[in-house]
Design a protein around this ligand. Structure first.
Ligand SMILES: Cc1ncc(COP(=O)(O)O)c(C=O)c1O
Length: 374
């Protein structure tokens, strides 16, 4: 059997990782400024994570949601305290798309409405509901296209208000910082305006923090820097540092009944252990503070580079808009300098390194980038 051919793949295979570094089978070392797509939060193979996972796997890796699982309660309590939403509840699932599916479903159950407001260039995942609020017709099949979703441009508060004021919307869904779109930060006035318009119309505000959450931008969730609270927050990626874990963080004001949501794998013992280990290391090593300071250091050092037309983002979620003539930079960073980065379209290099990335690694990136753009 062949693999279904749906990915563009680099001819590189990392077989070992530690912290911000990767190695291939030939022993060649790489710097990871991609984090496997913003997934590696506390660093590859962190010893605390490895120890906790090994111990849990030796005890019990999985049992279903039909039984008690105190690891889930422990995770919910610690996450609530660390993320600043201690009075909200946690539903555990396995991925970002699944988290968004469940949040949209809860919003519709709660309000009895079916319309959802989404934003230009948004990406919320590839499953049916998540892709229907994703602004990319190329990945939305005819089955996923629906009249229930209306897109308005990000930061266009007047258009958002006009739609929401019809009173027909169950939810508005917006990324804390748009990732796939090339790192686009919503204006804080926009998020505040959206919050108010949702309040006025009994519409739920869902913040998709799948990519921008978990300390990456210097606060636990990116939207917290705009001083607003969400009704639901969706999370995944960095939550398990590579083990598939996702979650929906749900306001106590939202009506939820038994049986409305469910999953076979979500919240299993190993997944919870991964997520608890991530929170423990994040706290002990102040990774949120590190993401902020390393991000600021990188941005200030790259600011003058003539190949960059714009730098966007916060903390370790950085988009470098590259001028024409430098479109091969991402490949050159990998093949000539052994640095993994992310991309968005042809012109944006996305930096999403593990949150333990420090000044030393930032200096390697800056030197390499400057040499390639001399
Ligand atoms: C903002 C956002 N939401 C949702 C998703 C989907 O997450 P997953 O691939 O885990 O389903 C992604 C993935 O890149 C994302 O960036």
């Amino acid at each position: 059997m062949n693999l279904l051919n749906v990915y563009d793949k680099w001819p590189v295979e990392p077989v070992k990782g530690l912290g911000c570094r990767l190695w291939d089978a030939g022993g060649n070392e790489y710097l990871d400024f991609y984090g496997g797509h913003a997934v590696i939060s506390i660093g590859h193979c962190h010893p605390v994570y490895v120890k906790m996972m090994k111990e849990q796997l030796g005890k019990l890796g999985f049992y279903s949601n039909a039984v008690q699982n105190t690891l889930q309660n422990c995770l919910a309590e610690r996450l609530g305290d660390m993320c600043g939403y201690p009075d909200y509840s946690l539903f555990l699932c396995n991925s970002g798309a699944e988290a968004n599916e469940n949040a949209l479903k809860l919003a519709s159950f709660h309000t009895g409405r079916k319309k959802v407001l989404a934003f230009g260039k948004a990406f919320h995942g590839r499953t049916s509901g998540a892709v229907s609020v994703t602004d990319n017709p190329k990945i939305r099949s005819p089955f996923n296209a629906t009249d229930n979703v209306v897109f308005v441009p990000l930061n266009d508060i007047e258009s958002a208000r006009k739609e929401l004021n019809t009173g027909n919307y169950a939810a508005a869904i917006v990324e804390g910082i748009q990732g796939v779109a090339g790192i686009r930060v919503p204006e804080s006035g926009f998020l505040q305006g959206l919050r108010n318009a949702c309040n006025l119309n009994d519409t739920l505000l869902i913040l998709d923090e799948v990519q921008s959450g978990y300390g990456r931008t210097g606060s636990f969730f990116a939207h917290q820097q705009s001083g607003i609270k969400a009704d639901m927050i969706t999370t995944a990626k960095g939550m398990g540092n590579g083990f598939p874990v996702g979650g929906v963080i749900v306001s106590p004001d939202i009506k939820v009944e038994k049986g409305m949501l469910g999953t076979t794998f979500g919240g299993n013992q190993l997944a919870c252990t991964a997520a608890i280990a991530v929170l423990k290391v994040m706290k002990e090593e102040n990774l949120m503070g590190n993401a902020k300071s390393t991000g600021e250091y990188l941005v200030s050092a790259l600011k003058g580079n003539h190949a960059i037309s714009e730098i966007r983002g916060r903390g370790l979620m950085i988009g470098l808009e590259i001028k024409e003539g430098y479109s091969d930079l991402r490949n050159r960073l990998l093949f000539e300098k052994h640095i993994f980065t992310g991309a968005s379209g042809k012109n944006v290099i996305r930096l999403l390194p593990p949150l333990c990335t420090g000044k030393k690694e930032a200096d390697i990136f800056i030197k390499s980038f400057n040499e390639l753009t001399k």
